[in-house]
Design a binder for this molecule. Structure first.
Ligand SMILES: Nc1ncnc2c1ncn2[C@@H]1O[C@H](COP(=O)(O)OP(=O)(O)OP(=O)(O)O)[C@@H](O)[C@H]1O
Length: 561
């Protein structure tokens, strides 16, 4: 499963590139896949031995009244069934291990890729849509990646073996049974494009329902306060109706896909019995041969159906491959350097913003143009600017969520593009207005950025952030449920107090606190980080304590305030 990280992503879009990528996924599991294939072929061969044994039992044992042969054949049949069960059990175990390892690797690889995408990507993508692709589509791809080769090998082997035995038993009846094949091929060709289109529609509509649920469940309080429950209920009903329509169409096609070949197989069997029965009556065919032939025909229609199902499964998997492929083709906003430069050992948090241009869209208007600022280490700087002028964007640039279009940002003389992003984000810490908390205890959330912090450190951080009224085991709901807005902000500040940043950025970090508490917490933060560089964004500068300088972001430039 460790192959996930090193696994290359498809070089190009399209099902062929993604299939090649899947081949790469299976390559390290060759041995397990080979084992599963061998065991299933063994199972198929053992299953196919049964009708042959019954033919021998009838023709050479029963009709020839050879009791020893009858006993031997009966014993062989039991042995074959027993061995078949053992082989099947071994096969199940190997199959489960193989498919779980492929599923997890695939999901981890896609998740890892998603971890590298920019905040802009998440701003425009629905979480439920991602969930549907990461869950349903990845599972569909995995099923096909494993079941595909297995069904193919099993189906082909079983079909070839059955056909070989049938030809051996009666070439004439074999030819008769084969007449339905061209009809099946014609039917499948007509069905394929429709099935693919319906499957895409079904998966898209399923994802729309998931996206709706994820969004509205998170916003339930707002929906209740807005009295919008009936409207959202109606939206769900409409989405469900859309889904049902797509499901019905897809199921009907699936029914036709299975039903028509079954009908054709019934025709073939009827023809074989009619003609074969005539030959038995006129004495040119033995009863045992006709019975064995019809048993093999039945066994041949099984694999034929499997191969058919595989062909249709390929259409379904292609849709999911495309949907997963679309995620994988999203390029990360920034590329980590191949050979990162470490920060100097005596780094103190000197920040240089040097002629930085930035725009969100490739050809969009510049939000920052030639922004320039030098912040000496240990300085506490207030950053102001009108709403929407780009302050949060500048912070995202400092964390290297994006790269500037022109110019450089340096921390202690090293361009951010040359640093290992993980090291950068350990040393540049942002406490923002939006506090991210996970379901768990207060202590878990506090220690999230530094899990090895001692209990004493955790308590000290809580006290400094004026949160000492709360115990570490206080339960916290997802999104911080159960805590007040001010408590959440103080928790985020307490988190920062546990860290050792070179540059600490407070982006409206105490906006939900009353002025007195905000000043107290600011004093605690200043005492803890007196020698560190601090960048403070606040609408009310009187709550952040004394600052060394004020800088305003105006018209894309940084000017002394
Ligand atoms: N991911 C994004 N993609 C495209 N445009 C964006 C994105 N994020 C922000 N913007 C736009 O960039 C501009 C600057 O936004 P930013 O959040 O940096 O402003 P701000 O100064 O922090 O505002 P505020 O003080 O209101 O928080 C805004 O016009 C915003 O609409």
């Amino acid at each position: 499963m460790s192959a996930s990280v090193a696994m290359p992503l498809p070089a190009a879009s399209g099902p062929r590139a993604t299939l090649a990528w899947l081949g790469g996924l299976l390559a390290p599991r060759r041995a397990l896949l080979g084992g599963v294939l061998l065991l299933s072929i063994g199972g198929v061969a053992l299953g196919l031995a049964q009708p042959w044994l019954s033919k021998l039992l009838i023709d050479d044992g029963l009709l020839a009244r050879d009791y020893r042969l009858i006993a031997a054949m009966a014993a062989l049949m039991v042995a074959a069934a027993l061995l078949g069960t053992l082989v099947e059990a071994g096969n199940r175990v190997c199959y489960l291990r193989l498919s779980a390892s492929v599923l997890f690797t695939l999901r981890e690889a896609v998740y890892r890729h998603l971890q590298g995408l920019s905040p802009s990507y998440y701003a425009r993508t629905r979480a439920g849509e991602l969930l549907a692709r990461l869950d349903g589509d990845v599972a569909e791809v995995q099923r096909f990646a494993i079941d595909g080769p297995l069904a193919l090998v099993n189906g082909v082997v079983a079909l070839l073996l059955s056909v070989a035995v049938m030809l051996q038993l009666s070439p004439e009846l074999s030819l008769l049974a084969a007449t339905v094949i061209p009809l099946e091929v014609w039917f499948l060709r007509r069905l394929r494009p429709r099935l693919e289109a319906r499957t895409r529609a079904l998966r898209d509509r399923g994802a729309a329902v998931t996206a709706f649920l994820v969004e509205t469940l998170q916003a339930m309080k707002f929906i209740q306060s807005s009295g919008a429950e009936a409207r959202e209920h109606a939206r769900l009903r409409a989405l469900n109706a859309d889904y049902l329509a797509a499901l019905q169409e897809q199921q009907l096609l699936g029914l036709a896909a299975a039903g028509v070949p079954r009908l054709l197989a019934a025709f073939a069997t009827a023809a074989v019995f009619a003609w074969g029965g005539y030959r038995v009556v006129d004495g040119s065919l033995s009863v045992g041969t006709l019975l064995a032939f019809s048993a093999y025909l039945l066994r041949a229609t099984g694999p034929a159906q499997t191969l058919l199902g595989l062909y249709l499964g390929l259409q379904r998997a292609r849709v999911s491959l495309e949907r997963v492929g679309e995620l994988l083709q999203q390029a990360p906003a920034v590329t980590p350097p191949a050979h990162p430069v470490p920060l100097p050992a005596d780094a103190r948090g000197a920040l240089d913003i040097d002629g930085v241009d930035f725009a969100y869209a490739a050809h969009g208007p510049l939000l920052l143009r030639g922004a320039r600022l030098h912040v000496a280490s240990g300085t506490k700087l207030a950053l102001t600017g009108a709403s929407g002028v780009g302050k949060s964007t500048l912070i995202d640039l400092l964390l290297r969520h994006f790269d500037p279009r022109a110019g450089h940002i340096r921390l202690d003389g090293v361009d951010l593009r040359e640093l290992d992003p993980a090291e950068l984000r350990r040393r540049v810490v942002v406490v923002s207005q939006e506090v991210t908390l996970f379901a768990g205890s207060l202590g878990d959330n506090l220690a999230y950025l530094r899990p090895q912090a001692s209990l004493d450190e955790l308590h000290a951080a809580l006290a400094a952030a004026r949160l000492d009224g709360l115990a570490l085991d206080t339960p916290v709901g997802s999104g911080g449920g159960g805590l007040s807005g001010g408590q959440r902000q103080r928790l985020a500040l307490a988190r920062a107090l546990l860290l050792d940043p070179l540059l600490l950025i407070l982006d409206e970090a105490s906006s939900a606190l009353d002025a007195a508490t905000a000043r107290e917490v600011a004093a605690a933060v200043d005492a803890r980080f007196a020698d560190r560089t601090r960048l403070v964004i606040a609408h009310r500068l009187d709550t952040v304590g004394a600052v060394d300088a004020v800088v305003e972001l105006r018209d894309g430039r940084l000017v002394a305030g």
